[in-house]
Design a protein around this ligand. Structure first.
Ligand SMILES: [Zn+2]
Ligand SMILES: [Zn+2]
Length: 318
């Protein structure tokens, strides 16, 4: 997912002194609200575009980039919204048709960007396809190189992963049996990223540790129900008087290399009945199930510093 501050190629192309860009996800397009990534927010704040950060809503006028086509007007007013909870100061921006954004620009995967020109107080905004954006920066754009590489390196979910997980379920069951604390201590999502651990090298492969207590907390947060559908039937554990559910990392932990922050966090662990869990590892037509789980979790994942588009998530399970 390309996100970054303008390189000198971008600045030259747009005749800008500063700028930042990110791609839009299909989910954002559907909702009409776009997450303003930290790097864009910083750029906006540093350059005084988002000066009234303590106000909840700020309409901001932009010039339309002279390098993009399809917009009817050359100015546009968009809303920046500062969303809760504090203290993250997360920001969203609303691109919508009524404000004059052409429909064909609103496509998942397209890149949107904001930049500043010298001696000009109105910021500039534009949207391009990935290909157009790639052409602006050329192959020297390291952000893109990384992005393309990570696409290739994405590790698909496998049946073998489930075998690893099953061993892990035994350890979880032992802990549930031995300690009541994990079942009763209060728990809320931390709302912030967790530092990822170094992998262990086993033979030629990297293995990332899963923490049992983290998974148990995730099961408890789901009240030991299946998060695909709360009515799914399970059975009572032998070890404790609670329904049996299986923790599953929505973004499989094998993909940790592609993510800056830990994937072994409660926000990324869903509670599943055995049937739904096997479906995700062995079955076809998993998109609907994944989309449901994704929609429930996206804001918590984002808070934990984990960003993935729903299409990229589908991809991991195909
Ligand atoms: Zn699993
Ligand atoms: Zn289920």
């Amino acid at each position: 997912m390309p996100t970054g501050r303008f390189t000198h190629q971008h600045k030259e192309y747009f005749n800008a002194i500063d700028g930042a860009y990110t791609s839009m996800t299909a989910e954002e397009v559907r909702k009409g609200t776009f997450n303003v990534k930290g790097i864009i927010k910083e750029m906006a704040v540093e350059n005084g575009i988002a000066s009234a950060l303590d106000r909840n809503v700020e309409a901001c006028e932009f010039n339309i980039s002279d390098k993009v086509t399809g917009f009817k007007e050359n100015r546009i007013t968009l809303i920046f919204k500062l969303s809760k909870p504090e203290p993250r100061l997360e920001m969203s921006i609303y691109f919508n048709l009524s404000a004059g954004v052409p429909a064909d620009k609103l496509t998942g995967g397209n890149v949107w960007f904001i930049y500043i020109k010298a001696n000009d107080t109105t910021p500039w905004i534009g949207i391009m396809t990935r290909e157009e954006w790639f052409n602006v920066a050329g192959e020297a754009d390291s952000e893109f190189t990384v992005d393309l590489l990570s696409k290739v390196s994405k590790k698909k979910i496998t049946k073998e992963d489930l075998i690893d997980e099953k061993e892990f379920f035994i350890e979880i069951d032992d802990i549930i049996q031995g300690f009541d604390d994990y079942l009763t201590e209060p728990f809320e999502y931390s709302g912030k990223p967790k530092v990822k651990e170094e992998p262990r090298i086993i033979g030629t492969r990297k293995a990332y540790k899963r923490d049992e207590k983290t998974s148990i907390r995730a099961l408890r947060k789901a009240v030991h129900k299946c998060e695909v559908d709360k009515t799914h039937k399970s059975f009572i554990r032998k070890s404790k008087n609670i329904p049996y559910m299986e923790p599953h990392h929505l973004i499989p932990i094998e993909n940790q290399d592609d993510f800056e922050n830990s994937l072994d966090v409660e926000e990324n662990i869903v509670s599943l009945c055995s049937n739904c869990h096997n479906h995700l590892h062995y079955g076809r037509d998993t998109d609907d199930v994944l989309e449901r789980l994704y929609n429930e979790r996206i804001k918590y994942l984002h808070a934990a510093g984990i960003d993935i588009s729903v299409d990229d998530l589908f991809d991991l399970y195909r």
